[in-house]
Every structure is written in structure tokens, then in C-alpha cells.
Write a protein that binds this ligand. Structure first.
Ligand SMILES: Cc1cc2nc3c(=O)[nH]c(=O)nc-3n(C[C@H](O)[C@H](O)[C@H](O)COP(=O)(O)OP(=O)(O)OC[C@H]3O[C@@H](n4cnc5c(N)ncnc54)[C@H](O)[C@@H]3O)c2cc1C
Ligand code: FES
Ligand code: FES
Length: 1343
């Protein structure tokens, strides 16, 4: 077997161009290669673990067996560059470009408003593009499948799908499905005559303007690669790197020889298991064997008894193979294949299924494997091969447990898998339950098979395997044996549950937690299987051989059977059209596309880390504490400093100025306060060198007491970050004495990770003169970064310039934190005299930066029997983490906003931020409102339950009705609130649907529907006048083009687009003549954070001011030459020495709050809204489906309805995530487990409500805002709670039916675990319960 000592050339193509890599390093991934070597930065890094799809590209390869070219999407972050030998890679840059030709996918995603921050967009484009390369007119199902592995944190997915749907075969892709109207109806759908119901528009883009898809324009598969593939080299290719050698043999014989020579070397197939393990667990393999060029591993063959699938087939190929078999073979033979197909539908995202191999999946034996339980019960056999020959190993519990006698020998490889057909009277099913429906690892999954004696209900053979309940797939062999011979009936079911719970035992401390939930799934799944088999038996034969009936399933119980389908959202977006007299050139009020939309879609939009490497640049990696509260005894960097490429280690001692503030240190000096506290930082020539060195830093600690993680512990220790904030009105105590009833309850709301797709990053470039620094970053408050760097380095602010081009999502997480990273990178730059780049990994970002404050609230509410609330007393505590950060402000906002939409005469609100030894929590969209208001709304549902009235009646009864004053005595009119509420009731057909829900619930025992409608009064802005000031700088150049700079940052919320709309209206020139380059502290100084929903408003006023100043100066010239063009006037102005540059300024809305008196006018205005959601829950698994959501939002006169609707939808979905799936998990030692998309589930495309309608309420007032347009950035978050209350409404229906008493402890998020355990039934009663005092749990609740 040839195995030369020199490295071979790696040959592949990228975007039609040949790449030859002479000394390729096998440790390099395609993502790194594209971004660093080829400078193709359109492909983004967001998680590095295959879980988000931001790095999606398309790979094309010639299939050696079918000889066809396969095009498939993959996640570049997991693809080793060496695996691409002979492949063609297409990146977003290869698909189309603004400068040459836009691809229809790029055009449509941008024009359908499917991009906000744009960081996910290239990945979305590539997933859609790969789909279209295989299916020119895909089905809606295929579209959803293709996008299932792509996360977007901004848009809420609806507009992305709307763009994608325009390619779909069902041309019912009309976004107005369900309204009886269609945007394709005559009447035109160009931007100027969008579909109208009187003055209401229901279209946000004009589909007939889109260029058609023309497949002949696509890049062809390179002929050179085709020739290479047709005459494959048989010799072994070897790529030698510094630490790792990659060997890719050309024949099976060579592979087996190599495996014998390197028995420890893994076979690297899809790398979706090895890759993440090597990264996160530090598994290092010096030799990697690639089976990619061995056609024998992809062979598929069929006999009359079963199917043999090559181990090298990807899971996507396995899916296609099985689907084909299922369509051709009789149903009785395909039971196992159907069960596998069911699992494959939701197993990971499309990209992972394209990469992962069947062999790699089986051999990895992950405890969460979705296929192994089914393969095990289906009696699959592994065909293994070595130089010694072939043999078969059963894929059974011994193999899965890794017993040496039942496993592959080190020199063997898996060649193929044999899966037998099922037979008549045999039934196979698969189950899984995960935090969300798609692209989430299962909490528990199962494969179940039963063979009944022909014509009877007697069990002849039974196998059950579970995943997620042990270290690997577990087989319930003993239980199954004991049930053989039993009839398939209720008695057997009881006995089976008992046996299963005994055999599949899970200790209370089991890794992964959710122990009781998992136990109940073990039996719930079996119950589902029991019913499925009964159902199938009925189809097979009415009577048994002995003439008896098979047991009947009562109609009520049938609801246990169906799983929720994966569907994409349909719906209507309504907004007020502009006045027909408005000038066509004037873009204000029109649904103008995001300014960077097309650049996002082509990958040409430059984000911070896309800036090319600068001369002598270094990379910084942070080293963080592994202890929650400890004294730093020593930091030993000697070993790290000796490693190649390492330049320096930066500690607190290197800070020339101040190390943050006393409460908020940038870097730990002598004491660490949480796991994740920054202790020091390594600077090295490359990121890889810096990361390796960081691992070698040895820090010794001495643990300190106390260690506090939970709110209850903080209360016990009197551990608070700031004084209590309190507001009170009326006489609460007296009122409690006069009411009919009183309820007390508790509310726990978990925290939330920002999960902006672009992690924190900064590039600091020191200049040669006068200590000047240029800082490029992803931040919401560059002026704060500038100030912090100034005090840290002890140099004046005027030497530091911060630049923000665009931010890949912020949501509050890039208000305060970027200053820390900017300052540390600046210290590194100062110390080394070289530019420093800092890009946080997703894991580090999640660990270090904190997020939304978890909340614990106690309430006491007094009310009359008719539902009128007379007194409300709320005390709440936030988990602030270890530093003050924004915790005091968040507490204040929480208290100010707690009353929401309700007028309650006697109120007392108290709030405190707890100091705990967790990473410091910080600003997050809504700033306390989404957590706090959940308490208020929970009071409403508690009152409703006690009064026996529907919650919406209690809401109506207690809502503000007339001009009134808030608890802090600010006057306002609730007219719009009432309009939103009524319109939402009306648009959602609330009352008739409520009756249908009740009907459904009567007929279905295991599925329940729930509905809820919530009102919202959201105060916009900061509670301080100085925080509302804004400035802008507008230059007009001699060619007439205009450059606008303002103090707001583009976070995806479309602020720059809106500013151009303002400038265009004011200067009366087209938007295309105006440009915004970046936000820079040198252009507009002393800016305020872009936050609190007020950015576009206040900066819009500043831009307006600047434009009006300029126009005033131009007035005499225009008057003199009214027929002249803009360019003529500008030329004349220049000649006449009129300044063509102006600063605009907005002094800010007056806002103040006197906490002593509990009075003030803290907010400039309110945004009102209402949302109604309907869900269906599966009581047996805890899963839920969002059937419909209707939102009515008051924006008054929208500046840009497409952008505003995008904000409403995006924040609603983000809120829905907060209240349903996003769960932070901390160990009892304070270590955050949930540090990536695998463990932390933000909503994916399948989580969006099936019908999703948004209406912007037509204007009726004139708020003091720019063109009466209100800021909508945050308010939609809270409306996501309508989904939460719909889920709890469904659970309450289950409680009523089962006679379970109402529980007044509310927990958010309403995860499947919570729902399942709340829907107590005979199965939850069976499970063993643990005494919490007897074990240390895997994770602790911190709220
Ligand atoms: C983001 C993400 C989401 C996921 N979601 C799910 C999910 O929802 N459900 C689920 O079940 N799984 C999920 N997975 C796991 C995924 O199914 C496995 O990682 C994958 O199937 C492994 O296949 P691979 O080809 O990538 O293996 P590799 O990583 O290439 O290899 C894994 C192991 O298999 C060995 N191996 C590979 N081929 C052979 C062979 N022919 N003979 C002998 N040994 C071999 C290797 O030596 C190695 O030890 C997910 C993974 C990722 C990254
Ligand atoms: S960065 Fe590759 S999938 Fe997230
Ligand atoms: S637009 Fe999708 S993550 Fe921002």
C-alpha cells in the first residue's frame, strides 16, 4: 500500500476556480479556509458546531455509483478541508453579486424583507440555493426541510419563508392565504400599488418584479473534476499537517491495510461527531483515515428479506433510499423503514443529514441517537470488514453498550448495515421528544417493535430501546421477555409500564437532568405504541382468529396518536398605506427594503470580523475563571508563553489606567466572582496558537464563601446589588380587608441568552502617532466603548475612534459588554504595540456575557367575585449575577412597567436585584418588562380561575379605559390600547374560536388546545432626558450626493434605512442619492446607546434637523432657480460659499423619575398592542404546536411598515423563545452547561405559528415622534407571552378534566418538560419520585 512521506496536493474547486493546496493542514476547516485563505467572508462563523447554519455552503460531488452530480448543503465549520478532494464548493459569493448578477434567491430573500442584521442571511441563501439546484420548484415541505438547520435570531422566519415560497410549486405561496384574497389578483402588486383594502395594504413586496429562476445560469460542475472522478486515482492521498496526518486511500484494500496499521485512527466520515468532540472535549487524533473515496461503502442492495445500506451513505441519502423503499414495498414490510424515516425527518438540520454518515452515526453510539433505538429493535446487523475478512455483528444492546465481545475490533470498519423487512403482524414505531420539534437533540427517544402471533393479540416477540436515558441507547430486554405471551391489552399495558420503569431506571442526579420528565416519557411512549398497535390491528383485521374483537380505542383517546406536523407559517401583514397625495419620491411610510438587504444576501455586507487581517495583527483569547467565588493565588503563564506564536499574556496588572469600576471590573484582579470571570488574556500570532496557549495557563485559587447562585440563597444572605425600588399607590393593606377573595402565588421566569448570531468581536488598531487608536467593533454603544478604553488606557477620549459598520444582532447584549472586550483588546494592543483582534467563540460568549435577568416574583392579589381587582402587591427579585452592570436600571424599569395595561387603585410594587456568583446579567430587549409583566398577567389568570371567569374578561374588566395616570402619576390616554385589544379580539375571531377550542377539548383527552389574548402598554425610551439626545452630521458633496452620519447603530433594526428615508423626505431627493457609511465616534460624538426602542426616533429627529438646516441654506438658491435640479442648486451653493455640511441635534424628550416621591414623567410615550395565540399541547409528551397568532400593534404612522412589522414579528418570536424553549442550565457549581445551539434552543423555522397575522393599527394620534412613527424594537417580546398563556390555558383544561387543583406557581419557560409534568395522569403517577435531599442534582434553577 503506497503511503508516501511527502504531503499530496489537495485539489478542489471553489466558485468555479481551482484551488491547489500544497501543504494543507488537516486540522483546518473549510470555514477557516474560506474566510482566511480565500478571503471569502460571506460564509459566517456563529457557532462552530454545525448547529446554526450560518456557515452553510454547497458542495457538489460526482457520485461514483450513480455517476450523477450531487449538490448538497453542508456546514463549513465542521468540514475538514481535506475531505474536499475532488469536490466543488459554492459559497454565497459564487451564487451572485451586486456588482455582477444577483441570483434570484438573493434578490427574493432581500426584497421579501427576510434580512434584518443579515448575519444569518448567507447561510439561508445557500440552503435555499442548494435546494433549488436539486428541485427547481420545490414543495413547501422541501423548503421547510432545507431551512430547518438555519437559525435566525432577528426576523422570526416568516419573511424568509415568504421569499422562499415564491419558488415553490404550490403557488398558494401567497402570503395572504386564508384571507380569500391573493396578492396575485389583478390590481397589481408593484411597490407603488400594493394590495389595498381601502387604505390598508396587505403586501410587503411585489412578487412580479422578481427575476425568474434560470437554471442555465448556474455554475457547472468543473469538467476537470468530472475527469478526475471518472478516472479516480486509486493511490492513497496523504495530507500531513503540523500535528495531524490525513490519509485518504483509494481502495477498500488499502483502507483495511491502513486500519490494521493505525487501529486507533478514527474513520472520519461526516465529522459531525468527531469534529465537535475534538473541539469541545479536546479529543486529539494524530492520524485520521478518510473512507470518502471508497465506493464499496456507499453500495445499497436489496434482497427479498431486507435492505443493505453502505455505511458511507449520508443520512440524507438513507432518507431517500428508505422513502423509495416505502413507496414501493407493501406496508407490512416497511415498518422499520417508516420508523427510521420518521426520526430522520427531525434528526438535526438538512446540512448535518447531508454530511453525517450512517456508519458514523451508528458507531458514535450517542445516547441521543435517533436511529440506533429503531435499528436495534428492527434487528439490524452490522457488516464489518477487515483484512481478515467480513463478519456480522448484531446491532443489539451489547453492541450499543460497547461490550468488547460485541463490538468492532480496532482493525475493523463498518462496511454496511442490513435492515430486515418487517412482516405481517409485526409493528414498529419510533418516538422522540425534544425541547423543540426540529433540529434539537431528543431528551428521550425510542424504538419499539412487537410481533403478534398471527390472527391473535398475543405477543410473540417484543423489543424496546430508549435513547436519552443512559450513557448510550438502552434496551428494555428483561421487560420485553416477561411480556412475551401476554395479550395486547390494558392489563399488559399496566404491567409493561411497571416493568419498564423498573428496568429503565434513571437516578435523580442523571446527567442532562429532567429526570422525572424522562421517566414519564418512558411510559408515555409505550402507551402511544400500545394505542398505535391497536389502531393498526383494527386496520389489519376486525376480529382475532378466535372471533374476539381487538380492544377498542375510545374516540377521546385517539388524540394520543398523532404527532404534530411541521408546517410553515401563513398569514397576513396589514399596514396603513401612504396618503395617495404623497410624492412618489418620498419613501416615508413605504415598505422600503433594508438598505443592506442585497449585500446581506450576497455576503458582501462587511461585519467586524470580515475586515481583512491588518499588518502584524495579533489574536487575543480570554482565560476565564473555573471557580465561582475564589481568591486568585497565582497565574502561571510560563508554559503558555513558551508555545510557538505566543506574544504575551495580559493581566489586570497591565492596565495602565482604571480596571473598570469598583462594582464592574474589566478583569479579575485578585478575586473571581463567577465561573466565566475574565482573569487574563493571551495574545498570539494566530487564533489557534492563542487558544492552545490559553489552555496552558495555570491559575490557582483559594475558594471563598459564600457561594450564591439562586435568588432564594441571595435573599437568605441579604446579597443585593442595589437598594430596593418601590412604587405604591392607594392603600393596599386596607383594600385587602375589603375584597371578596385573595390569591397569593409565585412566578419564576428563567433567564435568556441574547444569542445574537454574530458573537462579540473587536479589532483594535493602534496608530503610529499620539497614542491614537482605531477600534472596529460590533456594539450598540460605541461612545461607551470609547470612554471605557480611554479610562483603561489613561489616554484622552479624543485619541480613540470607534467604528461600527453594522452589528450582527445585539438585543441589548452589545450595550455594555463590548466595552470590556474593546478595553482588553486595547490593553493588548498597547502592550504589544500591534493590532489585536478578539472574536469570542459561541461557548465563551455564552459563558461570559450574561443575558436577561431571571426573575422570582411573589404576588398577593385581592379582588371582588366579579373579577374586579382592588389590590395588588408584587415583590420581585432579579438574579443580577456578580456585577452591577444594568441591574439597577432593569429593576427600575421593571417596577415602572409592572402595571402593564391595568388600572388597579391599590398597588405596591417592590423590586431588588440580587448579587449572585453567576456571570453578570445585562440589558436585554424589553429591559425587565417581559419578565415582570408575566407576574401581572399571572395574577389575572389566577383571579380568573378563582372567579370562574375567562381570563380575557378579567383583563377587560381591569384595563385602563379613560384618560388616566399611571402608578407613577404620568398622564396618558388608553384609547389606542382599547382599539388594539378590540381589533385583536375581532381579527382573531377570538370568541368563536374560543368555543371551538372548548369543543375540541371535550372530545380529546390527550391533546388539549388553549387560547390567550394579552394587552400591552409599553413605555418607550430611557427615563432620563439626557439619554434622549441625538446628533447627526449631514454632508452634501458637490456632485449632489449626500452622506448622513448619525448616532444610532445598525443592529438589523433598519435604523440606517429609516434615516435615509428621513433624509430623502427632508431634502426631497431620492434615497439612492443618500449614503450612510458607518457610525463613528469621530463623526458624531457623545452618542447614546442604540436601545430602549428609541434609536430611530431620536436620531431621525437629528437627521431631520440637519437636513432642514441645509435646506434652509439652499432656499434662496432654489427660489432663484426653481426649475433647476438638485445638482444645479448644490453647484450654485458651493460657488456662493454656502456650507454644505450641517450638524443636526435633538435635545431629547423630557423624562424624569423621582423615586423618593414615586412620581415622574419617565417615558416620552407608550406603544400599545395586543396578541392572541392558540396552541395545542400533547399531554403525553409535553410537545406543543402553535396554531395561530394574531398581533395588533400600534405604531401610529409607520416610517417603514416592512421594517416595523419585521421588528414586531422578530421580537414576538424571540419572546416566544423566552417563554417556551430557551432554558439556561447551570451546574450546582455555577458552571453554565448551555453554551451552544445544541443545548440552548432558540426558536427555529418550525416553531413559528402556523398562521401568523400582524396588523399595524391605523394611526389615530400624533405622538411627539418623528413623523408620528413610534419605536417598536422591544415591545413585541412581551406579546410572545400570549403563547405561554395559551399553553397554560391548555394545561388548565387538562387539569379541569382530571380534577387537578389549580396551582398558582407559574414557571416560565413552559417547556415540554413543564407541560408534561403539569399534565399529571396515570403515567406520571407511576413514576418514581426522588427526595431532593438525597442527591445532588445535575442542574439547579436560578430563578
Ligand atoms: C448540529 C448537530 C445536530 C445533531 N442532531 C442530531 C439529532 O437530532 N439526532 C441524532 O441522532 N443525532 C444528531 N446528531 C449527531 C449525528 O447524527 C452524528 O454526529 C452523525 O451521524 C455521525 O456521523 P459522521 O459521519 O459525521 O461521523 P464522524 O464524526 O465522521 O465519525 C464518528 C465516529 O464513527 C466512526 N466511524 C465513521 N464511519 C465509520 C465506519 N464506516 N466504520 C467504522 N467506524 C466509523 C469514526 O471513527 C468516529 O469514531 C447531530 C450532530 C450535529 C453536529
Ligand atoms: S457556524 Fe457552522 S453551523 Fe454554526
Ligand atoms: S437577520 Fe437572521 S440573524 Fe439577524
Amino acid at each position: 500500500m503506497p503511503c508516501p512521506s511527502k504531503s499530496d496536493d489537495l485539489v478542489f474547486f471553489v466558485n468555479g476556480r481551482k484551488v491547489i493546496e500544497r501543504n494543507v493542514d488537516p486540522e483546518v476547516t473549510l470555514l477557516t479556509f474560506l474566510r482566511k485563505n480565500l478571503r471569502l467572508t460571506g460564509t459566517k462563523y456563529a457557532c462552530g458546531r454545525g448547529g446554526c447554519g450560518a456557515c452553510t455552503v454547497m458542495v457538489s460531488k460526482r457520485d461514483p455509483l450513480s455517476t450523477k452530480i450531487r449538490h448538497f448543503s453542508i456546514t463549513a465549520c465542521l468540514v475538514p478541508i481535506c475531505s474536499l478532494y475532488g469536490a466543488a464548493v459554492t459559497t454565497v459569493e459564487g451564487v451572485g453579486s451586486i456588482n455582477t448578477r444577483l441570483h434570484p434567491v438573493q434578490e427574493r430573500i432581500a426584497k421579501s424583507h427576510g434580512t434584518q442584521c443579515g448575519f444569518c442571511t448567507p447561510g439561508m441563501v445557500m440552503s435555499m440555493y442548494a435546494l433549488l439546484r436539486n428541485h427547481q420548484q420545490p414543495s413547501e415541505e422541501q423548503l421547510l426541510e432545507a431551512l430547518g438547520g438555519n437559525l435566525c435570531r432577528c426576523t422570526g422566519y416568516r419573511p424568509i419563508l415568504a421569499g422562499g415560497r415564491t419558488f415553490c410549486v404550490e403557488s398558494d405561496g401567497c402570503p395572504q392565504k386564508g384571507t380569500g384574497k391573493c396578492c396575485l389578483d389583478p390590481g397589481g402588486n408593484d411597490a407603488s400599488s400594493l394590495h389595498r383594502e381601502s387604505d390598508i395594504c396587505t403586501e410587503l413586496f411585489a412578487e412580479d418584479e422578481f427575476q425568474p429562476l434560470d437554471p442555465t445560469q448556474e455554475l457547472i460542475f468543473p469538467p476537470e473534476l468530472l475527469r478526475m472522478a471518472e478516472k479516480p486515482e486509486k493511490q492513497t492521498l496523504t495530507f500531513r499537517g503540523e500535528r495531524v496526518t490525513w490519509i485518504s486511500p483509494g481502495t477498500l484494500k488499502d483502507l483495511l491495510e491502513l486500519k490494521a496499521k493505525h487501529p486507533e485512527a478514527p474513520l472520519i466520515s461526516g465529522n459531525t461527531s468527531l469534529g465537535p468532540a475534538m473541539k469541545s472535549q479536546g479529543h486529539f487524533q494524530p492520524v485520521l483515515l478518510s473512507p470518502a473515496r471508497i465506493p464499496e461503502l456507499s453500495v445499497v442492495s436489496e434482497t427479498s428479506d431486507g435492505l443493505t445500506i453502505g455505511a458511507g451513505c449520508s443520512l440524507a441519502q438513507v432518507k431517500d433510499i428508505l422513502a423509495e423503499r416505502v413507496s414501493e414495498l407493501p406496508e407490512e414490510k416497511t415498518q422499520t423503514y417508516r420508523a427510521l424515516l420518521k426520526q430522520l425527518k427531525t434528526l438535526a438540520g438538512q446540512q448535518i443529514r447531508n454530511m453525517a454518515s450512517l456508519g458514523g452515526h451508528i458507531i458514535s453510539r450517542h445516547c441521543y441517537s435517533d436511529l440506533n433505538p429503531v435499528l436495534a429493535v428492527g434487528n439490524a446487523t452490522l457488516n464489518v470488514i477487515s483484512e481478515e475478512g467480513t463478519r456480522q455483528i448484531p446491532l443489539n444492546e451489547h453492541f450499543l453498550a460497547g461490550l468488547a465481545s460485541a463490538d468492532l475490533k480496532p482493525e475493523e470498519i463498518l462496511e454496511s448495515v442490513y435492515i430486515p423487512h418487517s412482516q405481517k403482524w409485526e409493528f414498529v414505531s419510533a418516538f422522540r421528544q425534544a425541547q423543540c420539534q426540529q433540529n434539537a437533540l431528543a431528551d428521550v427517544n425510542a424504538g419499539m417493535r412487537v410481533l403478534l402471533r398471527e390472527g391473535t393479540d398475543t405477543i410473540e416477540d417484543l423489543s424496546i430501546s430508549y435513547g436519552g436515558v443512559g450513557a448510550t441507547t438502552i434496551s428494555a430486554q428483561k421487560s420485553c421477555q416477561q411480556l412475551v405471551g401476554r395479550p395486547w391489552n390494558e392489563l399488559m399495558l399496566e404491567e409493561a409500564c411497571r416493568l419498564l420503569l423498573e428496568e429503565v431506571s434513571l437516578p435523580g442526579w442523571a446527567p442532562g437532568g429532567k429526570v422525572e420528565f424522562k421517566r414519564s416519557l418512558v411510559v408515555s411512549f409505550f402507551f402511544k405504541f400500545y394505542l398505535e398497535v391497536l389502531q393498526a390491528l383494527k386496520k389489519l383485521a376486525k376480529f382475532m382468529a378466535d372471533g374476539h374483537h381487538y380492544p377498542e380505542i375510545s374516540d377521546q383517546f385517539l388524540s394520543a396518536l398523532e404527532d404534530f406536523p411541521i408546517t410553515g407559517p401563513q398569514g397576513v401583514q396589514r399596514y396603513q398605506s401612504v396618503d395617495s397625495r404623497q410624492a412618489l419620491q418620498d419613501p416615508v411610510g413605504r415598505p422600503v427594503m433594508h438598505l443592506s438587504g442585497l449585500k446581506h444576501a450576497t455576503g458582501e455586507a462587511i461585519f467586524c470580523d470580515d475586515i481583512p487581517m491588518v499588518d502584524r495583527e495579533l489574536f487575543m483569547v480570554l482565560v476565564t475563571s473555573t471557580r465561582a467565588h475564589a481568591k486568585i493565588i497565582s497565574i502561571d503563564s510560563s508554559e503558555a508563553l513558551e508555545l510557538p506564536g505566543v506574544v504575551d499574556v495580559v493581566t489586570a496588572e497591565d492596565i495602565p489606567g482604571t480596571n473598570g469600576t469598583e462594582e464592574d471590573k474589566l478583569m479579575a484582579a485578585d478575586e473571581v466572582l463567577c465561573v466565566g470571570h475574565i482573569v487574563c488574556a493571551v495574545v498570539a500570532e494566530t487564533d489557534v496558537q492563542a487558544k492552545r496557549a490559553a489552555e496552558k495557563i495555570k491559575i490557582t485559587y483559594e475558594d471563598l464563601e459564600p457561594v450564591i447562585f439562586t435568588i432564594s440563597d441571595a435573599i437568605k444572605h441579604n446579597s443585593f446589588l442595589c437598594p430596593e425600588k418601590k412604587l405604591e399607590q392607594g392603600n393596599v393593606e386596607e383594600a385587602f380587608e375589603k375584597v371578596d377573595q385573595i390569591v397569593e402565588g409565585e412566578v419564576h421566569v428563567g433567564g435568556q441568552e441574547h444569542f445574537y448570531m454574530e458573537t462579540q468581536r473587536v479589532l483594535v488598531i493602534p496608530k503610529a502617532e499620539d497614542k491614537e487608536l482605531d477600534i472596529y467593533m460590533s456594539a450598540q454603544d460605541p461612545a461607551h466603548v470609547q470612554k471605557t478604553v480611554s479610562s483603561t488606557l489613561n489616554i484622552p477620549i479624543n485619541r480613540i475612534t470607534c467604528h461600527v459598520k453594522r452589528v450582527g444582532g445585539g438585543f441589548g447584549g452589545k450595550v455594555g459588554r463590548p466595552a470590556v472586550f474593546g478595553a482588553l483588546a486595547a490593553v493588548g494592543a498597547l502592550k504589544t504595540g500591534r493590532p489585536v483582534r478578539l472574536v469570542l467563540d459561541r461557548e465563551d460568549d455564552m459563558l461570559i456575557t450574561g443575558g436577561r435577568h431571571p426573575l422570582f416574583g411573589k404576588y398577593k392579589v385581592g379582588f371582588m367575585n366579579n373579577g374586579r381587582i382592588k389590590a395588588l402587591d408584587i415583590e420581585c427579585f432579579l438574579n443580577g449575577g456578580c456585577m452591577l452592570d444594568d441591574s439597577e436600571l432593569v429593576t427600575e424599569f421593571l417596577i415602572l412597567k409592572l402595571e402593564n395595561a391595568y388600572k388597579i387603585r391599590n398597588l405596591r410594587f417592590r423590586g431588588r436585584a440580587c448579587m449572585t456568583h453567576l456571570p453578570s446579567n445585562t440589558a436585554f430587549r424589553g429591559f425587565g418588562f417581559p419578565q415582570g409583566t408575566l407576574i401581572t398577567e399571572s395574577c389575572i389568570t389566577a383571579v380568573a380561575a378563582k372567579c370562574g371567569l375567562p381570563p380575557e374578561k378579567i383583563r377587560e374588566k381591569n384595563m385602563y379605559r379613560t384618560v388616566d395616570k399611571t402608578i407613577y402619576k404620568q398622564a396618558f390616554s388608553p384609547e389606542t390600547l382599547i382599539r388594539c385589544w378590540n381589533e385583536c379580539l375581532d381579527k382573531s375571531s377570538f370568541h368563536s374560536r374560543r368555543m371551538q377550542v372548548e369543543e375540541f377539548n371535550k372530545k380529546n383527552y390527550w391533546k388539549k388546545k388553549g387560547m390567550a389574548i394579552v394587552p400591552m402598554k409599553f413605555s418607550v425610551g430611557f427615563a432620563a432626558t439626557s439619554y434622549h439626545q441625538a446628533a447627526a452630521l449631514v454632508h452634501i458633496y458637490t456632485d449632489g450626493s449626500v452622506l448622513v452620519t448619525h448616532g444610532g447603530n445598525e443592529l438589523g433594526q433598519g435604523i440606517h434605512t429609516k434615516m435615509l428615508q428621513v433624509a430623502s423626505r427632508e431634502l426631497k431627493i431620492p434615497m439612492s442619492s443618500v449614503h450612510i457609511c458607518e457610525t463613528s465616534t469621530a463623526m458624531v460624538p457623545n452618542t447614546i446607546a442604540t436601545a430602549a426602542s428609541i434609536g430611530s426616533d431620536v436620531n431621525g429627529r437629528a437627521v431631520q434637523d440637519a437636513c432642514q438646516i441645509l435646506l434652509k441654506r439652499l432656499e434662496p438658491i432654489i427660489k432663484k432657480n426653481p426649475e433647476g435640479t438638485w445638482e444645479d442648486w448644490i453647484e450654485a451653493a458651493f460657488e456662493q460659499r454656502i456650507s454644505l455640511s450641517a450638524t443636526g441635534y435633538f435635545r431629547g424628550y423630557k423624562a424624569f423619575m423621582d423615586w423618593e416621591k414615586g412620581e415622574g414623567d419617565p417615558f416620552p410615550y407608550y406603544v400599545y398592542g395586543a396578541a392572541c395565540s392558540e396552541v395545542e399541547i400533547d399531554c403525553l409528551t409535553g410537545a406543543h404546536k402553535k396554531i395561530r397568532a394574531d398581533i395588533v400593534m400600534d405604531v401610529c404612522c409607520s416610517l417603514n411598515p416592512a421594517i416595523d412589522i419585521g421588528q414586531v414579528e422578530g421580537s414576538f418570536i424571540q419572546g416566544m423563545g423566552l417563554y417556551t424553549t430557551e432554558e439556561l442550565k447551570y451546574s450546582p457549581e455555577g458552571v453554565l452547561y448551555s453554551r451552544g445551539p445544541d443545548e440552548y434552543k432558540i426558536p427555529a423555522i418550525a416553531d413559528v405559528p402556523e398562521e401568523f397575522n400582524v396588523s399595524l393599527l391605523p394611526s389615530s394620534q400624533s405622538p411627539p415622534t418623528i413623523y408620528s412613527s413610534k419605536g417598536l424594537g422591544e415591545s413585541g417580546m412581551f406579546l410572545g407571552s400570549s403563547v405561554f398563556f395559551a399553553i397554560t390555558d391548555a394545561v388548565a383544561a387538562a387539569h379541569r378534566e382530571r380534577g387537578i387543583a389549580e396551582d398558582f406557581t407559574v414557571r416560565s419557560p413552559a417547556t415540554p418538560e413543564w407541560v408534561r409534568m403539569a399534565c399529571a395522569d396515570r403515567f406520571t403517577e407511576m413514576i418514581p419520585r426522588d427526595d431532593p435531599k438525597t442527591f445532588k442534582p445535575w442542574s439547579i434553577p436560578i430563578a
